[in-house]
Design a protein around this ligand. Sequence first.
Ligand SMILES: [Fe+2]
Length: 594
Amino acid sequence: MQRYALVDDCSQVTSRIPFAPSTIAAPIFLAGCPEPDGHVGLHLDGKIEAPIVLAGVHPPSSHEQFNQSPLPLELSNAVIAHWDFSREMESERCVDVGPFGRHGRLVHLPTRAMKGSNWTGDEHDWRRKSEHYNAIHFHHDDVYDAGWEASVSVTLPEDIKSGPYALHISCGTSDESATREDYLAFFVRPPRNRRDRSEGPKVAFLAPTASYIAYANHGEHITARGAELQMNLLLPFGHSDLYLYDHPELGGSLYDCHADGSGVCYSSRLRPVLNFSARYHSWLGGHGSALYQYNADTHLFDWLDHKGVDYDVITDEDLHEEGFGLIQDYRVILTGTHPEYHSTAMWDAMKSWIDRGGRLMYMGGNGWYWRIAFHKTLPGVVEVRRAEDGIRTWAAEPGEYFQSFNGEFGGLWRRVGRAPNVICGVGFIAQGFDVSGYYRRAPDAENPRAAFIFEGVTEEIIGDFGLIGGGAAGIEMDCITTQLGSAPNMLRLASSDGHSPMMMLVNEEFGVVPPNLGGDVNPRVKADLAFGETPSGGALFCTSSIAWCGSLSYNNYDNNISRITANVLDRFLREAPFETAAQPTLPVDPSPLC
Ligand SMILES: [Fe+2]
Protein backbone atom coordinates (compact mmCIF):
# COMPACT_ATOMS: atom_id res chain seq x y z
CA MET A 1 0.00 0.00 0.00
CA GLN A 2 1.22 3.47 -0.78
CA ARG A 3 1.19 5.96 2.04
CA TYR A 4 -0.12 9.47 1.73
CA ALA A 5 0.44 12.43 4.01
CA LEU A 6 -2.37 14.84 3.41
CA VAL A 7 -2.12 18.37 4.69
CA ASP A 8 -5.09 20.59 4.10
CA ASP A 9 -6.41 23.34 6.30
CA CYS A 10 -9.70 23.58 4.43
CA SER A 11 -12.82 21.87 5.59
CA GLN A 12 -12.50 19.05 3.04
CA VAL A 13 -9.72 16.66 2.19
CA THR A 14 -9.82 14.85 -1.11
CA SER A 15 -7.60 11.96 -2.06
CA ARG A 16 -7.45 9.10 -4.51
CA ILE A 17 -7.20 5.77 -2.74
CA PRO A 18 -4.94 3.51 -4.81
CA PHE A 19 -6.60 0.19 -4.16
CA ALA A 20 -9.69 -1.62 -5.23
CA PRO A 21 -11.86 -1.94 -2.12
CA SER A 22 -13.52 -5.17 -3.16
CA THR A 23 -10.25 -7.06 -3.41
CA ILE A 24 -8.47 -6.38 -0.14
CA ALA A 25 -9.07 -7.11 3.51
CA ALA A 26 -7.02 -4.70 5.56
CA PRO A 27 -7.65 -2.34 8.43
CA ILE A 28 -8.33 1.27 7.59
CA PHE A 29 -6.52 3.88 9.63
CA LEU A 30 -7.81 7.39 10.12
CA ALA A 31 -5.53 10.18 11.34
CA GLY A 32 -2.46 7.98 11.10
CA CYS A 33 -0.66 5.51 8.85
CA PRO A 34 0.88 2.15 9.72
CA GLU A 35 4.67 2.05 9.62
CA PRO A 36 6.65 -1.02 8.44
CA ASP A 37 7.62 -1.77 12.05
CA GLY A 38 3.99 -2.12 13.06
CA HIS A 39 3.64 1.24 14.75
CA VAL A 40 1.33 3.93 13.50
CA GLY A 41 2.89 7.20 12.37
CA LEU A 42 2.11 10.27 10.30
CA HIS A 43 -0.49 11.36 12.78
CA LEU A 44 -2.93 14.07 11.93
CA ASP A 45 -3.39 17.16 14.08
CA GLY A 46 -6.89 18.29 13.30
CA LYS A 47 -10.51 17.38 13.11
CA ILE A 48 -12.11 14.70 10.98
CA GLU A 49 -15.83 14.77 10.46
CA ALA A 50 -18.16 12.05 9.17
CA PRO A 51 -15.64 10.07 7.10
CA ILE A 52 -17.08 7.85 4.40
CA VAL A 53 -15.48 5.20 2.16
CA LEU A 54 -17.17 4.69 -1.20
CA ALA A 55 -16.85 2.07 -3.89
CA GLY A 56 -16.25 3.42 -7.33
CA VAL A 57 -15.35 6.91 -8.45
CA HIS A 58 -17.41 9.82 -7.19
CA PRO A 59 -16.41 13.33 -8.15
CA PRO A 60 -16.36 15.96 -5.38
CA SER A 61 -19.51 17.53 -6.78
CA SER A 62 -21.39 14.34 -5.89
CA HIS A 63 -20.21 14.06 -2.29
CA GLU A 64 -22.92 16.21 -0.74
CA GLN A 65 -25.64 13.71 -1.66
CA PHE A 66 -24.07 11.12 0.64
CA ASN A 67 -25.05 13.27 3.62
CA GLN A 68 -28.71 12.39 3.13
CA SER A 69 -30.32 10.31 5.78
CA PRO A 70 -31.53 7.74 4.98
CA LEU A 71 -29.53 7.24 1.81
CA PRO A 72 -31.38 6.27 -1.35
CA LEU A 73 -30.68 2.66 -2.28
CA GLU A 74 -28.60 3.48 -5.33
CA LEU A 75 -26.26 5.52 -3.14
CA SER A 76 -26.12 3.18 -0.17
CA ASN A 77 -24.88 0.43 -2.45
CA ALA A 78 -21.74 2.48 -2.96
CA VAL A 79 -21.03 2.88 0.76
CA ILE A 80 -18.27 0.67 2.13
CA ALA A 81 -18.15 2.42 5.48
CA HIS A 82 -19.62 5.60 6.92
CA TRP A 83 -18.60 6.48 10.45
CA ASP A 84 -20.88 8.65 12.53
CA PHE A 85 -18.73 10.16 15.26
CA SER A 86 -21.74 11.59 17.06
CA ARG A 87 -22.87 8.15 18.18
CA GLU A 88 -21.72 6.38 21.35
CA MET A 89 -19.93 9.57 22.25
CA GLU A 90 -18.90 8.31 25.70
CA SER A 91 -17.16 5.24 24.31
CA GLU A 92 -14.05 4.39 22.29
CA ARG A 93 -16.14 3.08 19.41
CA CYS A 94 -16.75 4.73 16.06
CA VAL A 95 -20.08 3.54 14.82
CA ASP A 96 -20.30 2.62 11.14
CA VAL A 97 -23.81 3.49 9.99
CA GLY A 98 -23.15 1.96 6.57
CA PRO A 99 -24.51 -1.42 5.52
CA PHE A 100 -21.55 -3.50 6.75
CA GLY A 101 -21.17 -2.35 10.34
CA ARG A 102 -17.41 -1.83 10.13
CA HIS A 103 -17.16 -0.14 13.48
CA GLY A 104 -13.91 1.52 14.37
CA ARG A 105 -11.92 1.82 17.55
CA LEU A 106 -10.35 5.01 18.82
CA VAL A 107 -6.83 4.73 20.15
CA HIS A 108 -5.36 7.04 22.82
CA LEU A 109 -8.50 9.07 23.28
CA PRO A 110 -8.68 11.73 20.60
CA THR A 111 -11.11 14.43 21.70
CA ARG A 112 -14.79 13.74 21.15
CA ALA A 113 -17.88 15.94 21.44
CA MET A 114 -16.28 18.35 19.00
CA LYS A 115 -18.48 20.54 16.86
CA GLY A 116 -18.58 19.80 13.15
CA SER A 117 -18.76 22.06 10.12
CA ASN A 118 -22.55 22.26 10.38
CA TRP A 119 -22.60 23.64 13.94
CA THR A 120 -24.74 26.78 13.95
CA GLY A 121 -24.36 28.02 17.49
CA ASP A 122 -28.03 27.37 18.21
CA GLU A 123 -27.28 24.38 20.40
CA HIS A 124 -24.28 23.84 22.66
CA ASP A 125 -25.19 20.49 24.20
CA TRP A 126 -24.09 17.57 22.03
CA ARG A 127 -26.73 15.36 23.61
CA ARG A 128 -29.49 17.61 22.30
CA LYS A 129 -28.21 17.97 18.75
CA SER A 130 -25.69 15.24 18.22
CA GLU A 131 -25.65 15.73 14.44
CA HIS A 132 -23.75 18.97 15.05
CA TYR A 133 -21.04 17.07 16.90
CA ASN A 134 -19.98 14.59 14.26
CA ALA A 135 -16.28 15.48 14.49
CA ILE A 136 -13.31 14.14 16.40
CA HIS A 137 -10.18 16.19 17.08
CA PHE A 138 -7.04 14.08 16.64
CA HIS A 139 -3.60 15.09 17.93
CA HIS A 140 -0.30 13.37 17.34
CA ASP A 141 0.45 13.60 21.08
CA ASP A 142 -2.81 12.13 22.32
CA VAL A 143 -1.88 9.43 24.82
CA TYR A 144 -4.09 7.45 27.13
CA ASP A 145 -2.25 4.23 27.96
CA ALA A 146 1.44 3.94 27.14
CA GLY A 147 1.02 0.18 27.43
CA TRP A 148 4.24 -0.41 29.30
CA GLU A 149 4.85 -3.87 30.62
CA ALA A 150 5.44 -4.04 34.34
CA SER A 151 9.16 -4.27 35.10
CA VAL A 152 8.76 -4.45 38.88
CA SER A 153 5.92 -5.70 40.98
CA VAL A 154 5.76 -5.52 44.75
CA THR A 155 3.54 -7.55 47.03
CA LEU A 156 2.59 -5.55 50.07
CA PRO A 157 2.10 -7.16 53.49
CA GLU A 158 -1.50 -7.92 54.36
CA ASP A 159 -1.35 -5.77 57.45
CA ILE A 160 0.39 -2.76 55.94
CA LYS A 161 -1.03 0.47 57.24
CA SER A 162 -2.92 2.77 54.94
CA GLY A 163 -0.81 5.78 54.01
CA PRO A 164 1.49 7.42 51.47
CA TYR A 165 4.38 5.27 50.26
CA ALA A 166 6.97 5.36 47.52
CA LEU A 167 9.03 2.81 45.65
CA HIS A 168 12.68 3.89 45.72
CA ILE A 169 14.27 3.10 42.38
CA SER A 170 17.80 3.69 41.17
CA CYS A 171 20.12 2.65 38.43
CA GLY A 172 23.87 2.74 37.99
CA THR A 173 26.41 2.22 40.72
CA SER A 174 25.93 3.64 44.16
CA ASP A 175 28.70 6.23 43.76
CA GLU A 176 26.97 7.89 40.83
CA SER A 177 24.85 11.00 40.98
CA ALA A 178 21.52 11.03 42.82
CA THR A 179 19.84 12.07 39.58
CA ARG A 180 19.72 8.36 38.78
CA GLU A 181 17.26 7.60 41.50
CA ASP A 182 13.63 8.43 42.02
CA TYR A 183 10.69 7.70 44.27
CA LEU A 184 7.55 6.38 42.63
CA ALA A 185 4.71 7.50 44.83
CA PHE A 186 1.65 5.44 45.63
CA PHE A 187 -1.00 5.27 48.32
CA VAL A 188 -2.12 2.25 50.28
CA ARG A 189 -5.83 2.44 50.93
CA PRO A 190 -7.51 0.97 54.00
CA PRO A 191 -8.63 -2.67 53.61
CA ARG A 192 -11.81 -3.00 51.61
CA ASN A 193 -12.92 -5.91 53.79
CA ARG A 194 -12.61 -4.12 57.11
CA ARG A 195 -15.59 -5.57 58.90
CA ASP A 196 -16.54 -2.47 60.73
CA ARG A 197 -15.24 0.90 59.58
CA SER A 198 -15.81 2.26 63.06
CA GLU A 199 -12.78 0.17 64.11
CA GLY A 200 -10.41 2.12 61.89
CA PRO A 201 -8.92 5.60 62.15
CA LYS A 202 -11.33 8.49 62.49
CA VAL A 203 -9.17 10.66 60.26
CA ALA A 204 -8.76 10.34 56.52
CA PHE A 205 -6.50 12.20 54.14
CA LEU A 206 -8.32 12.62 50.83
CA ALA A 207 -5.49 12.34 48.33
CA PRO A 208 -6.33 14.75 45.48
CA THR A 209 -5.46 12.24 42.78
CA ALA A 210 -7.80 13.87 40.27
CA SER A 211 -5.75 17.04 40.65
CA TYR A 212 -2.52 15.06 40.41
CA ILE A 213 -3.75 13.59 37.12
CA ALA A 214 -4.83 17.04 35.88
CA TYR A 215 -1.29 18.30 36.51
CA ALA A 216 0.45 15.17 35.18
CA ASN A 217 3.48 16.23 33.09
CA HIS A 218 2.60 19.88 33.58
CA GLY A 219 4.77 21.59 30.99
CA GLU A 220 3.24 25.02 30.69
CA HIS A 221 6.21 26.63 32.45
CA ILE A 222 8.56 25.10 29.86
CA THR A 223 6.66 26.07 26.75
CA ALA A 224 4.57 29.15 27.60
CA ARG A 225 5.83 32.45 26.31
CA GLY A 226 6.59 35.01 28.99
CA ALA A 227 6.29 32.51 31.82
CA GLU A 228 9.11 34.12 33.76
CA LEU A 229 7.54 37.55 33.52
CA GLN A 230 4.22 36.14 34.60
CA MET A 231 5.77 34.38 37.58
CA ASN A 232 8.30 37.12 38.42
CA LEU A 233 10.88 34.38 38.75
CA LEU A 234 13.89 33.16 36.90
CA LEU A 235 12.66 29.65 36.26
CA PRO A 236 15.07 26.86 37.09
CA PHE A 237 14.44 23.67 35.15
CA GLY A 238 15.17 20.26 36.55
CA HIS A 239 16.02 17.04 34.75
CA SER A 240 12.37 16.07 34.52
CA ASP A 241 11.48 19.37 32.87
CA LEU A 242 14.20 18.94 30.27
CA TYR A 243 13.12 15.37 29.62
CA LEU A 244 9.51 16.50 29.19
CA TYR A 245 10.63 19.15 26.74
CA ASP A 246 12.48 16.56 24.69
CA HIS A 247 9.69 13.99 24.85
CA PRO A 248 6.32 15.56 24.08
CA GLU A 249 5.09 12.08 23.25
CA LEU A 250 4.61 11.60 27.00
CA GLY A 251 1.59 13.85 26.66
CA GLY A 252 0.72 17.09 28.38
CA SER A 253 -1.31 18.04 31.40
CA LEU A 254 -4.70 19.71 31.38
CA TYR A 255 -2.78 23.02 31.41
CA ASP A 256 -0.96 22.38 28.16
CA CYS A 257 -1.85 22.69 24.50
CA HIS A 258 -1.42 20.27 21.67
CA ALA A 259 0.84 21.16 18.74
CA ASP A 260 -2.06 22.72 16.83
CA GLY A 261 -2.91 25.03 19.72
CA SER A 262 -5.98 23.21 20.96
CA GLY A 263 -6.16 22.55 24.69
CA VAL A 264 -5.50 19.18 26.31
CA CYS A 265 -8.93 18.03 27.54
CA TYR A 266 -7.96 14.55 28.71
CA SER A 267 -5.18 13.54 31.07
CA SER A 268 -4.34 10.04 32.20
CA ARG A 269 -2.05 8.44 34.73
CA LEU A 270 -1.41 5.37 32.53
CA ARG A 271 1.75 6.86 31.06
CA PRO A 272 5.10 7.99 32.42
CA VAL A 273 4.29 10.90 34.75
CA LEU A 274 7.42 12.72 35.80
CA ASN A 275 6.07 15.21 38.32
CA PHE A 276 4.26 12.79 40.62
CA SER A 277 7.28 12.38 42.84
CA ALA A 278 8.64 13.80 46.06
CA ARG A 279 11.89 14.47 44.20
CA TYR A 280 10.32 16.44 41.37
CA HIS A 281 11.82 19.92 41.16
CA SER A 282 10.02 22.52 39.16
CA TRP A 283 9.71 26.25 39.02
CA LEU A 284 6.91 26.88 41.48
CA GLY A 285 7.07 27.87 45.08
CA GLY A 286 9.44 30.77 45.14
CA HIS A 287 12.72 30.91 47.00
CA GLY A 288 13.94 27.99 44.92
CA SER A 289 11.41 25.57 46.32
CA ALA A 290 9.63 23.18 44.02
CA LEU A 291 6.42 22.54 45.78
CA TYR A 292 3.07 21.98 44.17
CA GLN A 293 0.51 19.20 44.30
CA TYR A 294 2.07 15.88 45.39
CA ASN A 295 5.40 17.15 46.65
CA ALA A 296 3.64 19.96 48.56
CA ASP A 297 1.33 17.37 50.14
CA THR A 298 4.34 15.49 51.50
CA HIS A 299 4.69 18.30 54.06
CA LEU A 300 1.35 17.29 55.49
CA PHE A 301 2.27 13.59 55.49
CA ASP A 302 5.43 14.53 57.36
CA TRP A 303 3.53 16.56 59.95
CA LEU A 304 0.90 13.84 60.48
CA ASP A 305 3.69 11.34 61.10
CA HIS A 306 5.50 13.72 63.41
CA LYS A 307 2.32 14.18 65.45
CA GLY A 308 1.60 10.46 65.47
CA VAL A 309 -1.82 10.88 63.89
CA ASP A 310 -3.52 7.60 63.00
CA TYR A 311 -5.08 8.16 59.59
CA ASP A 312 -6.26 6.43 56.43
CA VAL A 313 -5.58 7.59 52.91
CA ILE A 314 -8.45 7.56 50.48
CA THR A 315 -8.25 8.94 46.97
CA ASP A 316 -10.38 11.04 44.66
CA GLU A 317 -10.90 8.01 42.47
CA ASP A 318 -12.20 6.03 45.45
CA LEU A 319 -14.55 8.83 46.35
CA HIS A 320 -15.81 9.09 42.79
CA GLU A 321 -16.51 5.37 42.57
CA GLU A 322 -17.82 4.66 46.06
CA GLY A 323 -19.41 7.97 47.02
CA PHE A 324 -20.61 8.89 50.48
CA GLY A 325 -20.35 5.31 51.77
CA LEU A 326 -16.57 5.53 51.59
CA ILE A 327 -16.35 8.46 53.98
CA GLN A 328 -19.41 8.22 56.17
CA ASP A 329 -17.56 6.78 59.18
CA TYR A 330 -14.71 9.28 59.21
CA ARG A 331 -15.02 12.09 61.68
CA VAL A 332 -12.32 14.29 60.12
CA ILE A 333 -11.13 14.57 56.53
CA LEU A 334 -8.02 16.53 55.63
CA THR A 335 -7.56 17.68 52.07
CA GLY A 336 -4.34 18.11 50.16
CA THR A 337 -2.81 21.49 49.46
CA HIS A 338 -4.54 21.98 46.11
CA PRO A 339 -7.68 19.86 45.66
CA GLU A 340 -8.82 21.69 42.55
CA TYR A 341 -10.59 19.10 40.37
CA HIS A 342 -13.77 17.28 41.36
CA SER A 343 -16.33 15.15 39.59
CA THR A 344 -20.01 15.53 40.36
CA ALA A 345 -19.99 12.25 42.29
CA MET A 346 -17.07 13.48 44.40
CA TRP A 347 -18.72 16.84 45.02
CA ASP A 348 -22.02 15.25 46.04
CA ALA A 349 -20.36 12.76 48.36
CA MET A 350 -18.36 15.44 50.15
CA LYS A 351 -21.37 17.72 50.53
CA SER A 352 -23.42 14.84 51.95
CA TRP A 353 -20.69 14.07 54.47
CA ILE A 354 -20.38 17.71 55.57
CA ASP A 355 -24.16 18.04 55.86
CA ARG A 356 -24.25 14.99 58.14
CA GLY A 357 -21.74 16.32 60.63
CA GLY A 358 -18.35 15.77 58.98
CA ARG A 359 -15.45 17.94 60.08
CA LEU A 360 -13.47 19.16 57.10
CA MET A 361 -9.93 20.49 57.36
CA TYR A 362 -9.27 22.22 54.07
CA MET A 363 -5.49 22.37 54.06
CA GLY A 364 -4.95 24.21 50.83
CA GLY A 365 -6.12 26.75 48.32
CA ASN A 366 -8.14 26.90 45.11
CA GLY A 367 -10.14 23.81 45.92
CA TRP A 368 -13.38 22.58 44.29
CA TYR A 369 -12.71 24.81 41.29
CA TRP A 370 -13.00 22.82 38.05
CA ARG A 371 -15.62 20.26 37.28
CA ILE A 372 -14.24 17.12 35.71
CA ALA A 373 -15.52 13.82 34.40
CA PHE A 374 -14.00 10.39 34.85
CA HIS A 375 -14.37 8.02 31.92
CA LYS A 376 -17.10 5.46 32.52
CA THR A 377 -15.07 2.43 31.45
CA LEU A 378 -11.43 3.48 31.16
CA PRO A 379 -9.57 3.86 34.46
CA GLY A 380 -7.28 6.68 35.45
CA VAL A 381 -8.30 9.41 33.02
CA VAL A 382 -10.12 12.69 33.61
CA GLU A 383 -11.62 15.31 31.32
CA VAL A 384 -11.94 19.06 31.73
CA ARG A 385 -13.52 21.70 29.52
CA ARG A 386 -12.07 25.13 30.19
CA ALA A 387 -15.37 26.85 29.57
CA GLU A 388 -16.40 30.47 29.94
CA ASP A 389 -14.44 31.64 32.94
CA GLY A 390 -11.66 31.08 35.44
CA ILE A 391 -7.88 31.09 35.36
CA ARG A 392 -7.32 29.32 32.06
CA THR A 393 -4.15 28.53 30.16
CA TRP A 394 -6.35 27.69 27.19
CA ALA A 395 -10.01 28.20 26.47
CA ALA A 396 -12.50 25.70 25.14
CA GLU A 397 -14.01 26.76 21.84
CA PRO A 398 -17.59 28.01 21.85
CA GLY A 399 -19.94 25.08 21.52
CA GLU A 400 -17.48 22.66 23.15
CA TYR A 401 -18.26 23.17 26.82
CA PHE A 402 -20.06 19.88 27.42
CA GLN A 403 -17.92 16.99 28.60
CA SER A 404 -17.67 14.04 26.25
CA PHE A 405 -17.23 11.47 29.04
CA ASN A 406 -20.63 12.09 30.60
CA GLY A 407 -22.48 14.92 28.83
CA GLU A 408 -22.29 17.34 31.74
CA PHE A 409 -21.68 21.05 31.25
CA GLY A 410 -18.00 21.53 32.08
CA GLY A 411 -15.95 24.39 33.42
CA LEU A 412 -15.94 26.09 36.80
CA TRP A 413 -18.11 24.65 39.54
CA ARG A 414 -18.94 28.27 40.27
CA ARG A 415 -20.61 28.55 36.86
CA VAL A 416 -23.07 25.79 37.68
CA GLY A 417 -24.12 27.31 40.98
CA ARG A 418 -21.74 25.36 43.16
CA ALA A 419 -18.95 27.77 44.04
CA PRO A 420 -16.26 26.31 46.31
CA ASN A 421 -17.71 28.39 49.12
CA VAL A 422 -20.77 26.11 49.18
CA ILE A 423 -18.58 23.14 50.08
CA CYS A 424 -15.85 24.56 52.27
CA GLY A 425 -16.87 28.11 53.17
CA VAL A 426 -14.22 29.90 51.13
CA GLY A 427 -13.39 30.27 47.43
CA PHE A 428 -10.58 31.25 45.09
CA ILE A 429 -9.56 34.92 45.18
CA ALA A 430 -5.93 35.37 44.10
CA GLN A 431 -2.78 33.72 42.88
CA GLY A 432 0.88 34.67 42.64
CA PHE A 433 4.07 32.68 42.50
CA ASP A 434 7.00 34.77 43.62
CA VAL A 435 6.84 35.10 47.42
CA SER A 436 4.31 34.17 50.06
CA GLY A 437 2.80 36.36 52.74
CA TYR A 438 1.58 35.71 56.28
CA TYR A 439 -1.68 35.97 58.23
CA ARG A 440 -2.65 38.77 60.60
CA ARG A 441 -5.18 38.02 63.33
CA ALA A 442 -8.61 39.45 62.66
CA PRO A 443 -11.27 40.46 65.23
CA ASP A 444 -13.05 37.09 64.90
CA ALA A 445 -9.99 35.44 66.44
CA GLU A 446 -11.25 36.77 69.81
CA ASN A 447 -14.65 35.12 69.39
CA PRO A 448 -15.07 32.47 72.14
CA ARG A 449 -16.08 29.99 69.46
CA ALA A 450 -12.53 30.17 68.13
CA ALA A 451 -10.77 29.96 71.49
CA PHE A 452 -9.78 26.33 70.98
CA ILE A 453 -8.04 27.19 67.72
CA PHE A 454 -5.72 29.78 69.27
CA GLU A 455 -4.88 27.89 72.43
CA GLY A 456 -1.18 28.57 73.00
CA VAL A 457 -1.01 31.05 70.10
CA THR A 458 -0.68 34.67 71.16
CA GLU A 459 1.06 36.20 68.17
CA GLU A 460 -0.70 38.68 65.93
CA ILE A 461 1.34 37.58 62.92
CA ILE A 462 0.92 33.94 61.94
CA GLY A 463 3.00 31.96 59.50
CA ASP A 464 5.66 34.48 58.45
CA PHE A 465 7.96 31.55 57.67
CA GLY A 466 7.88 28.40 55.61
CA LEU A 467 9.23 26.39 52.75
CA ILE A 468 6.90 27.78 50.10
CA GLY A 469 7.85 31.33 49.24
CA GLY A 470 8.85 32.03 52.83
CA GLY A 471 5.33 32.25 54.26
CA ALA A 472 2.14 30.33 54.94
CA ALA A 473 -0.15 32.45 52.72
CA GLY A 474 0.71 32.09 49.10
CA ILE A 475 0.59 30.53 45.63
CA GLU A 476 -3.21 30.26 45.39
CA MET A 477 -5.54 31.65 48.04
CA ASP A 478 -9.20 31.71 49.02
CA CYS A 479 -11.44 34.03 50.99
CA ILE A 480 -14.89 34.09 52.56
CA THR A 481 -17.61 35.43 50.24
CA THR A 482 -21.18 35.08 51.44
CA GLN A 483 -22.46 36.11 48.02
CA LEU A 484 -21.00 32.93 46.63
CA GLY A 485 -22.27 30.64 49.36
CA SER A 486 -19.98 30.99 52.38
CA ALA A 487 -22.19 30.35 55.41
CA PRO A 488 -22.93 33.55 57.35
CA ASN A 489 -21.53 32.10 60.56
CA MET A 490 -18.03 31.65 59.14
CA LEU A 491 -15.43 33.34 61.32
CA ARG A 492 -12.67 35.23 59.57
CA LEU A 493 -9.94 34.38 62.07
CA ALA A 494 -7.10 35.98 60.18
CA SER A 495 -6.44 37.48 56.78
CA SER A 496 -3.23 37.43 54.86
CA ASP A 497 -0.88 40.29 54.21
CA GLY A 498 2.64 40.86 52.96
CA HIS A 499 1.99 39.86 49.36
CA SER A 500 3.88 41.16 46.38
CA PRO A 501 2.01 42.97 43.58
CA MET A 502 2.37 39.73 41.63
CA MET A 503 -0.33 38.19 43.84
CA MET A 504 -3.26 39.05 41.64
CA LEU A 505 -7.01 38.87 41.77
CA VAL A 506 -8.43 35.98 39.74
CA ASN A 507 -10.30 37.11 36.66
CA GLU A 508 -13.68 35.67 37.60
CA GLU A 509 -13.65 38.21 40.45
CA PHE A 510 -13.92 41.30 38.28
CA GLY A 511 -16.20 42.27 35.44
CA VAL A 512 -14.05 45.06 34.03
CA VAL A 513 -10.29 45.28 34.20
CA PRO A 514 -9.41 46.67 37.65
CA PRO A 515 -7.56 49.99 37.81
CA ASN A 516 -3.83 50.17 37.92
CA LEU A 517 -3.15 50.56 41.60
CA GLY A 518 0.36 51.89 41.15
CA GLY A 519 2.01 48.61 41.93
CA ASP A 520 0.10 48.07 45.18
CA VAL A 521 -1.57 44.81 46.02
CA ASN A 522 -5.30 44.85 45.33
CA PRO A 523 -6.96 45.19 48.75
CA ARG A 524 -9.23 42.23 47.98
CA VAL A 525 -6.22 39.93 47.72
CA LYS A 526 -6.45 38.13 51.07
CA ALA A 527 -6.36 34.54 52.20
CA ASP A 528 -8.91 34.11 54.99
CA LEU A 529 -8.12 31.67 57.75
CA ALA A 530 -11.68 30.58 58.43
CA PHE A 531 -13.77 28.46 60.75
CA GLY A 532 -17.46 27.75 61.00
CA GLU A 533 -19.79 25.19 62.54
CA THR A 534 -22.41 23.37 60.48
CA PRO A 535 -26.02 22.81 61.60
CA SER A 536 -25.45 19.08 62.04
CA GLY A 537 -22.68 19.40 64.63
CA GLY A 538 -19.80 19.35 62.17
CA ALA A 539 -17.39 22.10 61.28
CA LEU A 540 -15.21 23.61 58.56
CA PHE A 541 -11.65 24.84 59.01
CA CYS A 542 -9.99 26.49 56.03
CA THR A 543 -6.36 27.46 55.68
CA SER A 544 -7.21 28.99 52.30
CA SER A 545 -3.64 28.81 51.05
CA ILE A 546 -1.55 26.30 49.14
CA ALA A 547 1.50 27.45 51.12
CA TRP A 548 0.13 26.65 54.62
CA CYS A 549 1.47 23.10 54.87
CA GLY A 550 4.95 24.25 53.87
CA SER A 551 5.16 26.06 57.21
CA LEU A 552 4.20 23.12 59.45
CA SER A 553 7.73 21.89 60.07
CA TYR A 554 9.36 25.26 60.74
CA ASN A 555 11.45 25.42 63.94
CA ASN A 556 11.22 21.69 64.46
CA TYR A 557 7.39 21.81 64.26
CA ASP A 558 7.22 24.33 67.13
CA ASN A 559 5.41 27.23 65.47
CA ASN A 560 1.97 28.84 65.31
CA ILE A 561 0.93 27.16 62.03
CA SER A 562 1.63 23.73 63.48
CA ARG A 563 -0.04 24.65 66.78
CA ILE A 564 -3.22 25.93 65.14
CA THR A 565 -3.44 22.85 62.91
CA ALA A 566 -2.98 20.53 65.87
CA ASN A 567 -5.54 22.42 67.97
CA VAL A 568 -8.13 22.11 65.23
CA LEU A 569 -7.44 18.43 64.62
CA ASP A 570 -7.65 17.64 68.35
CA ARG A 571 -11.05 19.29 68.73
CA PHE A 572 -12.40 17.98 65.43
CA LEU A 573 -11.56 14.46 66.57
CA ARG A 574 -13.56 14.75 69.79
CA GLU A 575 -17.06 13.36 69.45
CA ALA A 576 -18.88 16.28 71.08
CA PRO A 577 -20.89 18.07 68.39
CA PHE A 578 -20.25 21.67 67.58
CA GLU A 579 -22.99 24.12 68.45
CA THR A 580 -24.07 26.27 65.55
CA ALA A 581 -23.65 29.97 66.19
CA ALA A 582 -27.05 31.50 66.87
CA GLN A 583 -26.34 34.77 65.11
CA PRO A 584 -24.66 35.32 61.79
CA THR A 585 -21.37 37.09 62.33
CA LEU A 586 -20.73 38.18 58.77
CA PRO A 587 -22.63 40.78 56.83
CA VAL A 588 -23.66 39.72 53.37
CA ASP A 589 -20.96 40.90 51.01
CA PRO A 590 -21.77 43.05 48.00
CA SER A 591 -21.64 41.37 44.64
CA PRO A 592 -18.06 40.32 43.98
CA LEU A 593 -18.21 42.04 40.62
CA CYS A 594 -19.08 45.43 42.14
FE1 LIG B 1 -4.27 24.81 40.05
